[in-house]
Design a binder for this molecule. Sequence first.
Ligand code: ADP
Ligand code: MG
Length: 264
Amino acid sequence: MPNHTISIIDFFSLESAMATEFRRLLNNIQSSSPDREVKSVLITSAMLSEGKSTVCAFLAVTAAKKGLRTLLVDSDLRRPSLHKLFIMPRDQGLVDILSDGVAPKTVVKKTSLEKLDLITAGKAIAHPAEVFDPGAIGRLVSEMKFYYDLIVVDAAPIIPVSDPMLLAPLVDGVLMVVRAGRTQRDVVRRAKEIIGGATNRLLGVVLNNAENSLPYYFDQGYYGYDYGQKVPGTGKGNGRRNKNGNGGEPRKPSQPDDKKKVTP
Ligand SMILES: Nc1ncnc2c1ncn2[C@@H]1O[C@H](COP(=O)(O)OP(=O)(O)O)[C@@H](O)[C@H]1O
Ligand SMILES: [Mg+2]
């Protein structure tokens, strides 16, 4: 197990090309709906490992650095990872709010960025689907809008799991992350249809050009996960990656060179 001790906050450099792309993404989100303010954004993708959590984390850091009071919520209860990216305990978070009625304010975790707070997934439970309550999460997000300028919700992938579809109508906007060069076109199209069927709030697609732009120690592949389901209609697996996610070689640290864009 690698020494996973560098928070994504410390990795983020304001001068990087990636930071510029995320500032652009944030501006696009904020100006995407002229008729209403977008204060809560759900981030999903067709499949797992497309970069949802990474995009959520960088977007939230970008917003906080811009001065927005920002709350990041990990709602991917099956494969939560925001606590790992921010090097915080997973416990005391969304599951505790949903299953034990713990007051949200008592589980909000402060990060090293003054304006950025985090609600981690909370205690690990055997059957997250049983406590996943979209109505309660929707109410939590609405309540938190009172304290924050932007709430970013990290969601499960839309094809294998129904959770994000249920959450989509309860936020101001939905972003879909597509991992460039990997997820099949028909799978992405199907995911867009599902989101479109659930809400008219799809703000756009974030193209994550994920090859070699983050150091290997951020690779969640180290934690080995798998939604364990097939992609309906494609006869393919679920894009599951090996331990290092790149065919066996550990990913080497390199300069970030993501391309992020919103195409409404
Ligand atoms: N732009 C990127 N450059 C390099 N690696 C990336 C990038 N985006 C995501 N990854 C890596 O891909 C893996 C999956 O990303 P993650 O954000 O956890 O996906 P998801 O939340 O969609 O499952 C992680 O190991 C992450 O570090
Ligand atoms: Mg994730």
